[in-house]
Ligand binder design. Structure first.
Ligand SMILES: [Zn+2]
Length: 337
């Protein structure tokens, strides 16, 4: 079995100087697309589930699909991550479900809409770190808030991460990875023009990395929203207005400055939707769901494999032996002793 702790996976990425995509899943086809892309490119992977995904799949369907992935792709290290936990309780239930990593997003209150204050964020994140590390599970925290709203998550306001406060936050909480707000947004509508230094504060990443060289940085809302995927949707009856995502070369710049985890969801959604629209439109007499789900799965695999290559994780699946969570528990106990 190659279920891996996200901490180990990110430590290896830091040692190797590459980034790892964290791809959201809600169903079997998305998990298959990611695992096939990982096999095709020989990549370690992070599969992540939002609260919405966990409720959509009633948790157990998703978890058993994950177990199938681990069983069928023994050569691929897989970290299973809770994306945007809104409260310690959500993170604890993910740990109980068998996730190897959780995000406690205390940048927002438990309603996941209202920005919180620093003390609240430290308190809830610290609470999750204590319980997670005691069982070898990794924790990602967030400081600052992203723009955009997706799956009901987000205040819609952007508050960039303050580098000095980031140091204080990491020291007070003991997190393994820090999600930074640099001007990106969740969803497809990130920027109304090609992003430059005025809208995407890549210099912040550099500054935070210099102050926190051993904390793994996470870029959220980092889909690139390729024009060809948007065009395909619109060509077959969709109505997606012109929009820009985060350019891959900006992500690569981040990876050179400590970014190890890159969250991608929108690109997968666009690939799937375009392929389904095309298949249905080209063969309107067909009603076997496999006739459109197969091309949808293939389209997602193709965009994910491309990202794996661009982020540099390709070729690294066989670099290391995944450590058990019991091993990681001892690692954390040693680190705090
Ligand atoms: Zn996010």
């Amino acid at each position: 079995m190659a279920m891996v702790s996200m901490r180990q996976l990110l430590d290896e990425a830091a040692a190797g100087g590459y980034g790892v995509g964290a791809f959201n899943v809600n169903n079997m086809e998305q998990i298959q697309a990611i695992m096939e892309a990982a096999r095709e490119t020989s990549s370690p992977v992070i599969i992540q589930a939002s609260r919405g995904a966990r409720s959509y799949t009633n948790d157990r369907f998703l978890y058993h699909l994950m177990l199938a992935a681990v069983e069928l792709y023994p050569e691929i290290p897989v970290a299973l991550h809770q994306d945007h936990g809104n409260s310690p309780e959500t993170c604890f239930s993910a740990i109980d479900q068998g996730f190897t990593s959780v995000m406690m997003d205390g940048s927002l209150l438990a309603d996941h809409k209202t920005p919180s204050d620093f003390d609240y964020n430290v308190r809830v994140t610290r609470e999750v770190v204590e319980r997670a590390h005691a069982v070898g599970v990794t924790v990602e925290g967030e400081l600052g808030t992203l723009g955009g709203i997706e799956d009901g998550v987000g205040s819609g306001e952007i508050h960039l991460t303050d580098p000095d406060q980031a140091v204080e936050f990491v020291e007070a909480t003991g997190i393994d990875a820090l999600a930074v707000a640099i001007g990106t947004s969740h969803g497809a509508y990130k920027f109304t023009r090609k992003p430059d230094g005025a809208v995407l504060a890549m210099n912040l990443i550099q500054e935070i990395h210099e102050k926190l060289p051993t904390t793994h940085l996470v870029m959220h809302g980092s889909s690139s929203v390729p024009k060809d995927l948007v065009d395909l949707i619109n060509q077959y009856g969709g109505e997606i207005r012109q929009t820009w995502g985060v350019p891959v070369d900006e992500i690569q710049l981040g990876i050179r400055h400590g970014v190890r985890k890159i969250n991608v969801d929108t690109d997968s959604r666009l690939a799937i939707t375009g392929a389904i629209r095309k298949a249905m439109s080209e063969d309107p007499g067909e009603f076997d769901p496999r006739s459109y789900l197969k091309p949808a799965r293939a389209a997602m695999q193709s965009v994910i494999a491309e990202r794996m290559t661009q982020f540099g994780q390709a070729g690294h699946a066989g670099d290391y032996e995944p450590r058990s969570l019991a091993d990681m528990r001892d690692f954390y106990a040693g680190a705090t002793a």
